[in-house]
Design a protein around this ligand. Sequence first.
Ligand SMILES: [Zn+2]
Length: 316
Amino acid sequence: MKDKKTRLITILGILVSILAIVIARVRYNIRANKAKSNIDNQMAEINRINEERNQLENISDIANKAREDAKKEENTVQENKKEEENKTEETNNKSNDESNKQERKATNKNVIVIDPGHQTRGNSEKEPIGPGASETKAKVTGGATGVSTGQTEYNLNLKVALKLRDALEAKGYTVIMTRTTNDVNISNSERAKIANEAGAAVFIRIHANSVDSSSTKGVLTMCQTSSNVYNGDLAGESYKLSKAVLNNFVEATGAVNKGVTRTDTMSGINWCTVPTTIVEMGFLSNPEEDELMATDEYQDKMVSGMVNGIIEYLND
Ligand SMILES: [Zn+2]
């Protein structure tokens, strides 16, 4: 009985021990699992962090690349801009050239400037014979005197010029006079500038000639040569104008045709940026022409010839 009890206690003891071991084992396992899962969690966290870092690095790479691209783009844009600016400048230069040409050629078709040559008193002060010229000439001279009538050239020029103005205005043209009285002081370059500023289609300068020989007579017109350093590019237009005015003048008056004189020595021509002609209507040194030019009848013929010449030139 006692043995049985002792054995039972022993077995019970063993059972309790086994149970304790099992419990301990289970608890250990649970803790171990927990620890493992913690480690797993931590590992996952580390992985996640690593991944995030990688992602950040990628983003940073992308950002750097984007920055580089942007810089490249900017450089390209700047280069393009520069190129564009250069092109614009080129275009501007070109269009400036063009507009200069236009300023000279595509003048106001309706505007005619008339310069009655000379004035009551000449002005012997000097002015350059052209823009930037070192050579100088008197600003304006008094002009010739009629050998027979004693009429002054400046007054004859003004009378005819005023008639020409009226005739052109009657045809619908806008006429600007460099002077309408004799008592003025306007240099030849200043007269040209009036025509330039007006953008005149025609700048016509009215003069009468005079030479030592009293037998010389006839009409001539004058303009620059194509090698004129100041406005040679206008020589063609000025010549056409000179020729048209000359031919129509001869036709209207029957005067001797002395042709178109080409010269680059006249300040009043050299300063022009518009087509120009000087009309030397006749010779005050020739008694016959001096007297003819003093008459209203002949003045009207000269005027009608010049009007026809100007219109022919403008309509060409
Ligand atoms: Zn003159």
